[in-house]
Write a protein that binds this ligand. Structure first.
Ligand code: ADP
Length: 657
């Protein structure tokens, strides 16, 4: 037992001795840990003693993962992991940016990290040392630097560390851990890489002098130079110093949180761009509104004129007016579409879609154009859709329509156009593949990519032979991509073109199918149907009245939302056609009021605002649907029949009159 106690005592003595020895080797250093010009020596000697004394108290206790000096914890990091190893990893990670850019990303990271560490270490030491003047504050930095293994600092005599714009520090790090890690890995750097040294020292000095500072390494042992030499100065002054001394090189000047500043600039620029885009969209929406309103009158009265007795010449004139109006409207639609699509604001509807019907309707629509140019058109479904699909039939039709319109436009008389469609069944979706082929003028190979850009045509001259704003394919490309597909072209000049695309269409679930079937109604023209037209423009009132009257509807007119609300309370209407912009009470407010009062008849918006946002506003105010102006006669009648049928059937089911 005695022997054991003796042994324990001996061990305790030995431990104490080891601790003392450790302190001696760590703290007591005979030589200076910094080299400075003579005039600064006194000041740095004080720092040397204070910092040396501080590090003499270092303790290692791996059982509790502790490396401490007084009550501060320190970390021991393998130097290469923070230099050569780190940069190699980052370069691999950012390989796609190219070697030089990737290295710069790594260096920027390290600069920012070490700059913050420099600032924080300095704050801590300034408090401990109770120093006030900037140079005394600086003095502990390089010594702390040496004790923590970063670098030995040699301040050169041309330095002028002052707390203003004139701050200039030139120094060397003969034993920089960063340069050593590259030399040890036997790799030669292509540019100076002692970036943590630059970041840390400039962070410490920035904190000491209270002005923003950065440091640039102008020669580096890792790239084969004799010394690792640095210049430190305020960021806006430093290039001046570097170029004065080193005219032949261009150096990267690290600025603290450079990336953050760049990110913020980018964020602001994006915000401004979005605001500008909003303005553009608003402008486009307003312009479209302004153009659509008179167009409404032109198209509407043409429709009505067509139903009167006309001689052949007059019929011809009407046809030309209608064609030109259609062209103008489709141009406005394209411009609007592009502005909505471009900024990712398209919301695709997901409703039950029958591709056969979509294509058949389209073919019927285009028949007159095929005939006019005596084009031989064929279309073929290579297989049937494997199940019921969901999609936005309007947008899908738009894709086909744009491609077929182009084929018609760019194929001479008696040419051939074909459309082929086939489906590929996947787990959750079906891929619709389509090929639109013509034997028209073709497209030069070097224009394949360009034609999908907006406002781009193969023939960009003013006296070109074909009309077109160059928006159709750009819209198609965006829509196809929205539907998670892609489009490409294969063509030979003077031989023809093939546009090949695919889109993904989700499969309908059985519950959704039940729902769709439930609301499916047989369309039949309802008898005794009363319609309230709410519209402030007398021309538009007249057109709507004439169209509906011709089809035996009973019509009442309200000149604004207020009148509409009053009329609805006095009489039962089967349907309301509601303009949006009106004096006294607009269409949205009127609809809200009608719904609030408990009336459930269908309300269809008649809007010259064809922007998606405007449409959504209408729907959320309680409208059932919208028709854009100029009102398409056929569409108007279809919708009126559909909604009045649905409404009447529901009323019957609920036992109402
Ligand atoms: P637009 O037809 O209004 O000019 P698009 O974006 O639809 O605009 O087409 C861009 C250009 O691509 C056309 O101007 C034309 O030069 C070329 N192009 C498109 N489709 C065809 C086609 N089927 N045959 C030949 N050229 C075509």
């Amino acid at each position: 037992m005695n022997r054991e106690k003796e042994l324990e005592k001996k061990i305790a003595e030995l431990e104490q001795e080891i601790a003392q020895l450790k302190r001696k080797t760590l703290g007591k250093v005979e030589e200076n840990t910094i080299q400075v010009p003579d005039k600064m020596k006194g000041l740095f000697q004080v720092a040397q003693n204070t910092v040396g004394e501080y590090f003499r108290k270092i303790e290692f206790d791996p059982r509790r993962a502790l490396i401490t000096v007084e009550d501060e914890r320190y970390l021991l990091v393998r130097a290469s992991s923070l230099s050569f190893g780190f940069l190699e990893s980052i370069q691999r990670l950012y390989e796609d940016r190219g070697q030089e850019k990737a290295l710069q990303i790594g260096l920027d990271f390290l600069f920012d990290i070490s700059h913050v560490i420099g600032i924080e270490d300095a704050k801590n030491f300034h408090e401990k040392m109770c120093v006030e003047d900037p140079l005394s504050k600086l003095s502990a930095g390089p010594i702390h630097f040496a004790y923590t293994g970063w670098a030995f600092v040699e301040i050169l005599k041309e330095s002028n560390p002052v707390p203003n714009d004139g701050f200039y520090l030139k120094y060397r790090h003969p034993y920089s851990f960063e340069a050593s890690s590259w030399i040890r890995a036997e790799k030669k750097a292509q540019k100076p890489i002692c970036i943590m040294n630059a970041g840390y020292s400039s962070g410490w000095c920035e904190q000491s002098f209270g002005i923003p500072l950065t440091a640039v390494e102008i020669s580096c042992r890792a790239q084969g130079d004799e010394h690792c030499t640095f210049v430190m100065a305020p960021p806006h002054k430093i290039s001046e110093y570097i170029h004065e001394k080193q005219s032949s090189h261009s150096y990267h000047i690290p600025v603290f949180l450079d990336r953050k500043v760049a990110e913020e600039k980018l964020k602001n620029a994006k915000k401004k761009l979005e605001q500008a885009n909003e303005m553009k969209s608003l402008f486009l929406a307003n312009m479209s509104h302004e153009i659509r309103t008179p167009m409404n009158a032109i198209v509407g009265f043409c429709d009505l004129l067509e139903d009167t007795k006309l001689n052949t010449e007059q019929q011809n004139y009407i046809r030309i007016i209608k064609n030109s109006s259609d062209l103008l409207i489709s141009l406005i639609d394209d411009l609007l579409d592009m502005s909505v699509i471009e900024f990712g604001k398209v919301k695709l509807r997901e409703v039950k879609v029958d591709i056969n019907t979509v294509v058949n309707q389209l073919v019927q629509l285009l028949q007159p154009q095929f005939q006019k140019k005596s084009l031989h058109f064929t279309y073929n479904f290579l297989n049937e859709a494997p199940c019921v699909l969901l999609g936005d039939h309007v947008r899908i039709q738009q894709i086909f329509l744009n491609l077929l319109n182009n084929a018609i436009k760019f194929t001479p008389k008696n040419g051939k156009i074909s459309l082929e469609i086939f489906f590929v069944d996947k787990d959750d979706f079906v891929v619709l593949n389509a090929v639109v082929e013509d034997n028209g003028i073709g497209i030069p190979t070097n224009k394949y990519k360009q034609i999908f850009e907006r406002f781009s045509r193969v023939d960009m001259s003013f006296n070109r032979s074909f009309d077109g704003a160059g928006l159709g394919l750009a819209i198609v490309k965006h829509l196809v991509e929205y539907m998670e597909g892609s489009i490409k072209v294969e063509s030979q000049e003077k031989k023809g073109s093939r546009f090949i695309f695919h889109i993904k269409l989700p499969k309908i679930s059985s519950r959704e199918e039940e729902f769709v079937n439930e609301i499916k109604q047989e369309l039949e023209v309802p008898e005794n149907t009363s319609v309230l037209i709410v519209e402030d423009d007398s021309t538009n009132q007249k057109i709507l009245e004439l169209i509906l009257h011709y089809h035996h509807y009973k019509i009442d007119i309200a000149n604004n939302g207020k009148e509409a609300v009053a009329k609805i309370q006095q009489k039962n209407y089967d349907i309301v056609l509601m303009d949006i912009s009106m004096p006294k009470m607009n269409g949205l407010d009127a609809t809200r009021e009608i719904r609030r009062l408990g009336f459930s008849m269908p309300i269809i918006a008649l809007t010259a605002h064809v922007m998606m946002k405007e449409r959504e506003k209408g729907l959320s105010a309680g409208m059932n649907d919208y028709i854009s102006k100029p009102v398409d006669k056929k569409l108007l009648l279809e919708k009126v029949i559909y909604y009045t049928n649905v409404h009447k059937t529901r009323d019957k089911e609920c036992g109402k009159k």
